[in-house]
Design a protein around this ligand. Structure first.
Ligand code: PMV
Length: 333
């Protein structure tokens, strides 16, 4: 049975909106940091003896997620594929705005591709030929069809996803060792998010008066972020990332009904980070489809950022990570 691991990624220039819902193509590009120490591990076994797909998440049967997982397996292994047993393990809270679907679907496409090759006697030659020839970008596109942000977790370090009319291109902009940024995550609630991000972004497109200008300005923000990354300009990256995050949340808040993922702890963490900035610390925040706050900083002030956020009212846990690599097969597979 093959096993793959992928790390979640945290977007600095966000993906929020779809150009093509049926193919799950994003309306604009995005830029993210792939983490090192948070992970999802996936095992997949195809067998002619199975009569249905089964999904276990951290040892528990997970029926709600199964249709999305099965559709992703169809894309990798073909609609006529044998049924599969899928086992997923995650070392951080899932469906809580910590990009668990990104790491899950990135790991899933990598492991499913390998699982086809390992069960060659039960697959048609065309499926095996496709599995044999897939590049990392091909796998990223398959992951992106399941969860837009998952495409970025196929690559390590600082990653850019470019959206064209017809498809996506994803690549590493800067390898992790070239800029040792740190990410401190303040968990303010472990529960599942109230609205899935895929549904919420469709609602935003339909109802937020800010949606079209959000999409129109994405290229500009991406350009600024790309140049900040290339020149390792922390302050420039901080400014454009916070601005982009707040714009995305403004689009969410002005959707009808409003999509509000923040809680009191989220706001208190933002305030604490603002105080650190006023005291001259190089740190900035970003939040996704959940109430957790991610603070980006540098190795020399990481301990201070962790201590500061750890003392904020409403913070339940602190996690930290450097930048890591893209999804890969594990040796024991
Ligand atoms: O990939 P999805 O459908 O889970 O959407 C991710 C959306 C955000 O996390 C809010 C932003 C992003 O770019 O990751």
């Amino acid at each position: 049975m093959a096993t793959a691991q992928a790390q979640p990624n945290i977007a600095l220039i966000k993906y929020w909106g779809k150009r093509d819902v049926s193919r799950n193509l994003p309306a604009a590009g995005s830029l993210s940091l792939t983490l090192a120490t948070l992970w999802t591990r996936m095992k997949v076994e195809f067998s002619a003896d199975f009569d249905r797909d089964r999904l276990l998440v951290d040892g528990e049967v997970a029926t709600a997620m199964l249709p999305r997982v099965s559709r992703c397996l169809d894309r990798v292994a073909g609609g006529n594929r044998p049924c599969a047993l899928i086992e997923s393990h995650c070392n951080f809270p899932i469906a809580a705005g910590l990009a668990s679907s990104a790491s899950a679907f990135a790991a899933l496409v990598v492991v499913a591709n390998q699982a086809c090759l390992e069960a060659e006697d039960i697959f048609e030659p065309a499926v095996l030929a496709a599995a044999n020839s897939r590049t990392t970008l091909d796998l990223a596109r398959l992951a992106g069809a399941a969860s837009g942000s998952a495409a970025r977790s196929l690559f390590g370090g600082i990653v850019e996803l470019a959206a064209s009319d017809d498809n996506i291109d994803v690549s590493t902009l800067l390898p992790s060792q070239d800029w040792p940024l740190r990410v401190v995550v303040a968990v303010t609630e472990r529960g599942h998010k109230p609205v899935a991000s895929g549904d919420a972004m469709i609602l935003s497109e339909k109802s937020s008066p800010f949606y079209s200008s959000w999409v129109e300005n994405q290229d500009h923000d991406l350009q600024v972020a790309r140049s900040a990354v290339k020149t390792r300009d922390f302050d420039k990256l901080a400014a454009v990332s916070e601005h982009n995050c707040l714009k995305m949340h403004s689009v969410m808040w002005t959707s009808r009904p409003p999509v509000v993922y923040w809680n009191r702890g989220t706001l208190a963490c933002m305030e604490a980070i603002r105080d650190l900035q006023s005291a001259g610390q190089a740190v900035f925040f970003t939040m996704d489809a959940g109430p957790q706050v991610k603070a980006i900083c540098q190795p020399d002030n990481e301990a201070l950022v962790m201590k500061t956020l750890g003392e904020v009212d409403g913070v339940e846990a602190i996690m930290n990570s450097g930048l890591g690599s893209g999804a890969c097969l594990l040796d024991d597979s």
